[in-house]
Ligand binder design. Sequence first.
Ligand SMILES: [Zn+2]
Length: 394
Amino acid sequence: MEKIYYTSPYEREFEAKILDCRQEGEKYAVLLDRTAFYPEGGGQPSDTGYLGETRVTYVKEAGEMVVHYTDRPLVPGMTVKGVIDWDKRFSNMQQHSGEHIVSGLIARRYGYDNVGFHMGKEGMTIDINGVLTWEQLMEIEREANRIVWRNVPVSVLLPTEEERKNMAYRSKKALEGQIRIIVIPDADSCACCGTHVAFTGEIGVIKFLSVMHYKGGVRISLLCGRDALYDYERKTDQLLDISSQLSASTFATADAVRRLKGENGEKDARIGELWRRIFELRAEQLPAGNGKIAVFEPDLAPVQVRQLCECLLERGRGKIILVCSGDDSGGYSYCMGSRSTDVRDAGKALNTALQGRGGGSSQMVQGTFRAAQRDIEETFGKICAEFEEEKKWS
Ligand SMILES: [Zn+2]
């Protein structure tokens, strides 16, 4: 079986004879006498495209053969025209070639290996078995792009086993048989079965996106060529949108966001202060006393329900205080507290009676009720009376 992608990676159309076609589940597995379709492998995704009018969705290696998966059957013995999705393939060639330069430079400068490589729809990642900082990676990125701009040839060597003994090249595993060594001057020599560009200039650009710690080393996320351009376009759109919303120039957006967050924090503090005053005024409206009181306030967040409860307890407005906020249709968030009595059992009893949930400490329980205000008031009164009668509360 002739593997055109090895010898002529730029061949996007070819003619081949159909050797076999078998149904496998929903798909058909097609064998050809020659193919330009790259099968998934070495971190590079498979090509897609057409055999005649029939869509090829996935291609994989099976022993020495390449299996094409199609959505319709093809007739063995016929000759068919194959067309690969070139934009996708060329993008893969850009990514893969860029990956070689980056991995090669890291190996040369730091002695770290590429131990994992993935190319997918979401981008490309390289796992390196040593830690590199963002600053170190930026140096590698600049160096890698200089090699792109020099537009040096990417050559494929097919050395004999004897010749290989004296060659230095990166390789993930011990290899046997005919091996392809991809050589990029001043950057990399690496055993690889993927597809690559002929000259580094075709990579366009190499851009690192992020780095994270991963298995004792780092995982670098990067893009090359077309995908890097698309990423730049999307990020520019985002940045222009942010810039216009903040009325800040694009390179002043981070400072503008920091300033906005600072102002927001000050506003939150001011609003919190105003709420505290409202709660104090509310407390003043209630008489001081030693009773069991239920207070309903509209539109409070759970944290404010708690603040109001604490404020009323502080000012001695009751021995057991229940604060609720919400409405009859959506339910209520509540906070029940006491300075002298354990309220946990009463909280549980209220939850049971009022389809509630929640809990807390001996002095304060918080949660929600799925019940109407009237039911809450009635149940609270009833439970307070019961607890008193049974001397559960001192
Ligand atoms: Zn490669």
